[in-house]
Write a protein that binds this ligand. Sequence first.
Ligand SMILES: NC(=O)C1=CN([C@@H]2O[C@H](COP(=O)(O)OP(=O)(O)OC[C@H]3O[C@@H](n4cnc5c(N)ncnc54)[C@H](O)[C@@H]3O)[C@@H](O)[C@H]2O)C=CC1
Ligand SMILES: NCC(=O)COP(=O)(O)O
Length: 323
Amino acid sequence: MTPIAISCGEPAGIGPEIAARAWQSLRGEIPLLWLGDPRHLPDAVRGGPSPTPPRPWRLSNEALPVLPRDFGPPAIPGRPAPAHAQGVIDAIRDGVDLVRGGACAALCTAPIHKAALIDGAGFAYPGHTEYLAALAGVDEVVMMLACEALRVVPATIHVPLSEVPARLTPELLDATIRITHAALIRDFGLGAPRLAIAGLNPHAGEDGKMGGEEIKMIMPLLDRLRADGFDLVGPMSADTMFHAAARASYDAAICMYHDQALIPIKTIDFSGGVNVTLGLPFIRTSPDHGTAFGIAGKGLADPSSMIAAIRMAARMAKAREAR
Ligand SMILES: NC(=O)C1=CN([C@@H]2O[C@H](COP(=O)(O)OP(=O)(O)OC[C@H]3O[C@@H](n4cnc5c(N)ncnc54)[C@H](O)[C@@H]3O)[C@@H](O)[C@H]2O)C=CC1
Ligand SMILES: NCC(=O)COP(=O)(O)O
């Protein structure tokens, strides 16, 4: 198998240490290639000084294989440096190039601190999802978070809450549902995915008494998609669609905004959740958590979500290869 590329993420966060712990767990099972400044990795996984000029990685079981970049100043745990911002962005782009060129099977991204990239390098995107869509030249991508017990998709992603109603259009919801449905068949092996659609308002609008988006926009769209053969329930009250019995009735929940989707999954399985971008021409996964500055560099970070993200990327790559 070709390696899974891992972009370093924010060097002042837990990204380098969870990548190192993941490599220690997975060596011999899934080959990895880490993209970043090797000086940011824990000593135990470093394979000696990085080659100058950089040359392609060494695939080895003795040290984490690295495609090195020089980020300049050292990383201080918990304190993101503006000088690192461009290197963090470039490592993501390196990963995309390697995957698109066939040298790597998939990209797994470690968490970035979005504000540091905006301040340090004028990063024009609110997250990986939007940056990867731009690199791939696609207009519509979908963020899905998945664990054993639940899959969730926020239709609007990194958007202030006050802008959500205006951004929620029938076109956006239609594309979100279609992309999710196709990915559940292609990458998750489902025959006929069942999707549950959340309402936007309390009690899914309570027959129009607590908001009109359900009656005006969501219900007519769902009727049109059902006529096209989609198996959809909703709009459902978001407060009652995530308990265990409700979850058993669908394969993924389409939610209207970020926190409606991410709160249930991070509550149910913070350490096992994986973020996967659907609709890209390549595979990208990520742990569900962020940079965790408060524990960075202290050896406290749990690598489980990173390991789950790498395993999911490898499974998806194998499934696509087999087709
Ligand atoms: N894919 C990405 O690049 C993501 C980046 N972020 C970014 O991360 C930064 C911090 O976000 P927060 O909301 O504070 O969320 P966070 O996930 O970094 O931290 C939330 C809490 O969970 C703990 N935690 C997180 N990961 C952990 C791990 N692996 N092991 C043990 N404890 C862990 C933290 O210590 C903290 O108490 C923000 O800048 C945000 O934008 C957040 C989510 C995803
Ligand atoms: N809360 C999820 C998140 O911020 C992940 O975003 P992305 O960087 O994967 O787009």
